[in-house]
Design a protein around this ligand. Sequence first.
Ligand SMILES: [Cu+2]
Length: 138
Amino acid sequence: MKRLKKATTMILVVSIAIVFLATSAMADLRTYKQTATAGVYAVTLKLDKKAPVVGDNIATIEIKDADGKYVLDAKVTVEYSMPGMPGMPPMNYKTNAKQNAEEFIATMTIPMAGAWNITIKISRGGKTESAKYNVDAK
Ligand SMILES: [Cu+2]
């Protein structure tokens, strides 16, 4: 009886662990999330999809200082660009991110599939720092 109870508990614990791991793995596959450093800041860029798409993409930006505290008093802009290629001049776009609770939100309208460079610029106290990301738009 005691052994049975132990086995049942073990199965339960393993099941919970599997569900937990599967759920977090799925969350990783579902949406893009990447952290880059900009000066003293850790800047996490989250997109509403696994990879950006041609059209509108909602970018959520989380900025933390060296103490791990949310930075909210900054001006945040998002620049996204594609270098020139045969038959296509370089494409450069810029949009301002708006603060929303502890994050900043911007919409990137991507006109073409392929490799895009994203630069998030954080201006605060007369200084501007940049965080860079590379994405592949579908
Ligand atoms: Cu192009």
